[in-house]
Ligand binder design. Sequence first.
Ligand SMILES: [Fe+2]
Ligand SMILES: [Fe+2]
Length: 408
Amino acid sequence: MNRRRFVQRLTTGSAVVWVSGGDAVGEDPGAAAPIAPHPLPAAKPQLVTTPLVLQAPRVDGCDAVWGVGEMGRGRVEWEATSGETGVAAIDNFGFVPQGSRFLRVRVRGLRSGEQYRMRSVTTVVDGSRSETSDWKTFRTLDVSAGESTFAVWNDTHINDETIRRLDEVTPAADFLIWNGDTCNDWHREDLLLPTLLNPGGRDITRERPMMVVCGNHDVRGIHAFRMPDLVAYPEGRPFFAFRSGPVAAVCLHTGEDKPDSHPSFGGRVAFDTLRMEQTRWLESALARPEIAQAPYRVVFCHIPLRWLDESLPDYANSGFDRYSRRSRDAWHDHLVKWKAQIVISGHTHRAAYLAATEAFPYGQLVGGGPSPKAATWIMGHANPARLQFVMRKLDGTVEQEISLAPLS
Ligand SMILES: [Fe+2]
Ligand SMILES: [Fe+2]
């Protein structure tokens, strides 16, 4: 299988042949009546429909999710560079992972900072057919590593050209933060699987396992509540904290860009409650030793906590939040106490950097928009001397370069 591009194969059930004038096969049903349809042999549904997507990397494993075209069960086989091997094949309730649209396996028990390779094995429900994926490399997170490298994408909004080019230019990394607005809205359930597991027809978690941070468009549409089926989080909630080498990362869900009561949400969202829950969670998460004492402290959230123009939007007349005042009010004091150095966001579709000030002692870096011209990608690299962020456009132009000194 092509390692870069996962080509969808077409399935065909039957075909009707139209004959016009006795010698030509046409497409205009008005020109001739169909004659004896010739049913083609019913093709079996494609068993595996997406690449193996590695998500929520942790010190002891990750979650593997992939699409399937029919009812089946799955397992993940792994091999360590040390030669150790294993199989992950159980869900939280004692079942072998199974499903008819996707399979999801939590891989546990790996060693921190070690390189592995993994592959999925998918078997149809009656056991008559199996498909094994290519091997995929994966490195567990390492709290004690001297360095960390990570990538950030934002606001891809199903722009396939942008996703393809982002995938081409972004190098291997310890983790990839997909920082919100993966879609426009989930008005159709069948958008979820290709958008999240095979975006732009690419295998985006090859050599960079991903962490998805929710954006406001990711929570729109009547099927948005199904997104957590396909997106894995280290702690099972859409807010989490982790350590990679000298970097502590806190990922937060800024919710929507209008009040929960806005009529466009149709009573489907409760983000004020989620923000307050994250406030309480921050108190304990930021006190965890590996987070509290990290040399570098970074926040990832889709909607910025600061913006160039902080005037109040007119929500009744198409206004929306460029920055999340509600989130900032809820989290600012905790982030300042923790000594957060920088907040990485998207949402405005306008790349910008707001340096730290006395009132806001964390910088605010904001990535660009969904079109190839506006898109940006950010590489972060931390070593004992400094944490450096380089934000580039797709043509390689450097948009921002920021360097932070270690705190401890
Ligand atoms: Fe966006
Ligand atoms: Fe957004």
